[in-house]
Design a protein around this ligand. Structure first.
Ligand code: 4AD
Ligand code: MG
Length: 432
């Protein structure tokens, strides 16, 4: 194709452009034969469009090719835009040139009614479906919006290592890798590195993958997932909550405004959350759960069940603050008013979805950090560089990590977290 031919995407095809000659490249999504007419639904990255091939308007050879073309073949079509009330979008392209670029085999495995496992095994093909494409586009838009907000608020983007040697979120979920003659792990969170970076850049963020060797086969756990993590010097627990509620609300509003077409494809009417988000303490959450007949005692962490019950009580995201020390990782600052609890915070999505982010204020005192590392059964020598940060100009600081797939699952009300990824990784799946 030469540059001066107007190649368009299906979404650009509008009634106002009636009569315009266009070139479309795409894949055959559906085909219907109707005597001298062939209707092809063409799929491209922008969506679906009806192509009408009239025997009188193309060569005999082209008409025969169109008749034989298989589902998912890649094709190039030229034709005029024509408004047609019978076409699904009120507009179609009347073809005057039809060319097959690559004829697909006839055994395309994605068909109506195939089981979930087959769809996962054939994920490399399933992602062509308009619904999956809509989810992927919204995920991309969401990441851009988050980045936009963080950049506008003077956070600097850093990228942190994936090969690590000291656990951030406990040894039990570390993936071990052979690192030449040494042992290394895959990162569970970039937090510890960000804590180093803020002493140079003050406010930083990263959008990176995290890995957890968790055998949990739930609708909200992956072994590889992405987080938006941010860390700020001279920021308290309250500051980090404000940052989260503003960032998330901005991104959600942006999705509602910029992804109308995709939300429609998914059949969703989306109402973004409203600020401020309610803050409740862990103690209040425990009481609420006990009143709802959940058997949980003070000191236990919330599992998927408890979070589901609790978050069903809310219509807007809400923060749970001040978890007991033993529920959380070693780095949380104790509450100066009550050392049984920490200045930690989880953000829970409402209506049963539960945790979408975790964070809080970090220990800034040198002695207290060493004491905590030991209390958690960890070895201070593994954390030498991290402890150094408290030796040389420590500051009050806070941060959070928000799971991208968790947020997308919640926004789009997806049945399973794996639906929010291009190629999900779970304990039972590393293929394709
Ligand atoms: O609560 P987590 O474990 O906290 C941290 O990693 C902190 N170091 C982050 C920080 O403060 N910088 O994980 C953060 C978020 C969770 O709230 C959840 O959204 C997501 O990451 N997450 C998972 N998402 C999918 N599958 C899993 N197995 C996840 N584990 C955590
Ligand atoms: Mg957490």
């Amino acid at each position: 194709m030469t540059n001066n031919e107007a190649q368009m995407h299906s979404l650009d095809i509008k009634k106002e452009l009636e009569g315009k000659l266009v070139t479309l490249r795409g894949w055959v999504y559906a085909k219907r034969l109707h005597g001298k007419l062939i209707f092809i639904t063409l799929r491209d990255s922008a969506g679906l469009i009806q192509i009408t091939i009239n025997k009188e308007k193309v060569t005999e050879e082209e008409f025969d090719q169109a008749k034989d073309v298989t589902i998912e073949s890649s094709v190039t079509i030229k034709g005029h835009i024509s408004s047609d009330l019978r076409a699904p979008r009120g507009v179609e392209v009347q073809c005057n040139s039809f060319n097959i670029n690559s004829m697909a085999h006839t055994d395309y495995p994605i068909r109506l009614g195939v089981g979930k496992e087959i769809l996962l095994d054939k994920r490399h093909l399933q992602i062509r479906s308009p619904k999956v494409a809509a989810i992927l586009k919204i995920r991309g838009a969401y990441i851009n919006l988050v980045r936009e907000w963080l950049n506008a608020h003077r956070f600097k983007e850093v990228t942190c290592p994936i090969f690590i040697t000291a656990a951030c979120e406990g040894g039990a979920t570390l993936f071990q890798v052979k690192y030449f003659k040494k042992r290394a792990f895959l990162s569970q969170s970039v937090q510890l590195y960000q804590e180093a970076a803020i002493m140079s850049l003050e406010k930083v963020y990263s959008i990176e993958p995290s890995f957890r060797a968790e055998l949990s086969r739930t609708r909200r756990h992956l072994t590889e997932f992405w987080q938006v993590e941010a860390e700020a010097a001279n920021a308290t627990l309250e500051d980090i909550m404000k940052i989260q509620e503003q960032m998330l609300t901005y991104a959600c509003k942006g999705v509602a405004e910029k992804c109308k077409e995709e939300l429609k494809t998914l059949g969703l009417i989306y109402n973004p959350p409203k600020t401020p988000f309610l803050r409740i303490t862990y103690n209040e959450a425990i009481k609420k759960l006990q009143n709802l007949d959940v058997k949980i005692t003070w000191g236990s962490d919330f599992g998927a069940y408890e979070e589901r019950v609790l978050s069903k009580q809310f219509k807007n995201p809400f923060f749970v603050i001040k978890y007991p020390k033993k529920c959380k990782a070693f780095y949380h600052e104790p509450d100066p008013k009550n050392s049984d609890v920490t200045l930690s915070v989880d953000l829970l999505a409402p209506e049963g979805f539960g945790e979408i982010s975790g964070g809080g204020q970090r220990i800034s005192d040198y002695d207290l950090l060493i004491q905590n590392i030991e209390e958690f059964g960890l070895n201070p020598s593994d954390y030498e560089w991290y402890i150094d940060l408290r030796k040389y100009g420590s500051v009050v600081h806070s941060g959070f990590g928000m799971g991208i797939e968790r947020v997308i699952r919640w926004i789009l009300k997806l049945p399973h977290i794996r639906d929010a990824c291009l190629f999900p990784r779970t304990p039972v799946r590393v293929y394709p």
